[in-house]
Design a protein around this ligand. Structure first.
Ligand code: API
Length: 287
């Protein structure tokens, strides 16, 4: 089967985008296609695959599959690239429109360069989900509706403290004195599959630089270490505020391995994310 694709990235978090307005893959094994496409040796190479589809409740729909083929509830870098893809494909005419993710509908606004191409996108990511049972996270202590803020979290005999936030997808945030010392390779794979997170979890390490600036690294559920994670960056800003490191309504610069995002946890409750979206290549994928 020959599938036209577009490879795009947000701060190096790349996905293979398939135009579901033109290609009908609904009968196909999307997790397997995602695994094949993501493989850097036998496929194209990416952090996963994203379908851009018609929606019955919004202007366009996003389905995201991680490198391992698992389908995720949300994807911040993916939403910005879907917005760019949909606007430049003329599936939407206005600069502000709505995207349906598995976790819900978000509002996106595209920002154009001199050539009328989308160079960056602002997404209203909606409100973070903080109650333990909806992250979801299961631990001996704490009530179902409690928030998980700086909670003791033992892994293989070592003691840590975790803050858990969902942006529609689950995130476990660990604060570090210095991000360069983050135990990404050791703690990442252990925590992402920890039984206390029954649906798995994206694992983030955060260093607070100052009241409006943090450093960030991520081990993603289903994809491993990536250059950036938009939902993770949003969760990290929320977690930093919950722990008293940052103020609400303050635009925070988040330094990720692949570059910077600008995130604000608005007083209204919503989290606003602004950042780039880039088209890398187009081609045909043989599966
Ligand atoms: N890279 C994505 C997150 C993918 C989330 C996925 N790893 C999961 O929740 O399983 C982002 O920019 O938000």
């Amino acid at each position: 089967m020959n599938i036209p694709f577009t490879k795009m990235h947000g701060l190096g978090n790349s996905y293979i985008y398939i135009d579901g307005f033109k290609v009908n893959l609904l009968e196909q094994d999307l997790p397997e296609i995602a695994r094949q496409a993501s493989n850097v040796h036998t496929g194209i190479g990416s952090d996963g695959l994203i379908m851009v589809l018609p929606s019955e409740v919004a202007d366009v729909r996003m389905r995201i599959f991680n490198r391992d083929g698992s389908e995720a509830m949300n994807c911040g870098n993916g939403l910005r690239c879907v917005a760019k893809f949909a606007y430049e494909s003329r599936y939407v005419q206005q600069k502000t429109f709505y995207i349906e993710a598995k976790s819900g509908v978000v509002q996106a606004t595209v920002h154009l360069d001199d050539d009328q191409l989308v160079e960056s996108v602002t997404v209203d990511m909606g409100e973070p989900i903080l109650a333990r049972s909806t992250i979801p996270m299961e631990t001996e202590s704490g009530g179902l509706f409690d928030e998980v803020i700086h909670e003791p979290f033992r892994v293989d005999g070592d003691d840590y403290h975790v803050t858990a936030v969902s942006m529609g997808n689950p995130h476990a945030i660990f604060f570090q004195e210095q991000i360069k010392d983050a135990p990404l390779y050791t703690l990442g794979p252990k925590v992402t599959n920890d039984d206390r997170f029954p649906e798995g979890v994206n694992v983030e390490f955060v260093e607070v630089v100052k009241h409006d600036e943090i450093n960030f690294r991520v081990w993603e559920r289903g994809s491993g270490i990536t250059q950036a994670c938009g939902t993770g960056a949003c969760a990290a800003v929320v977690a930093s505020s919950l722990n008293g490191y940052l103020e609400r309504d303050q635009e925070v610069t988040v330094h990720l391995d692949g570059g910077d995002l600008w995130i604000t946890w608005l007083g209204s409750g919503s989290v606003s994310m602004r950042g780039p979206a880039v088209t890398i290549a187009q081609g045909n994928l043989w599966v």
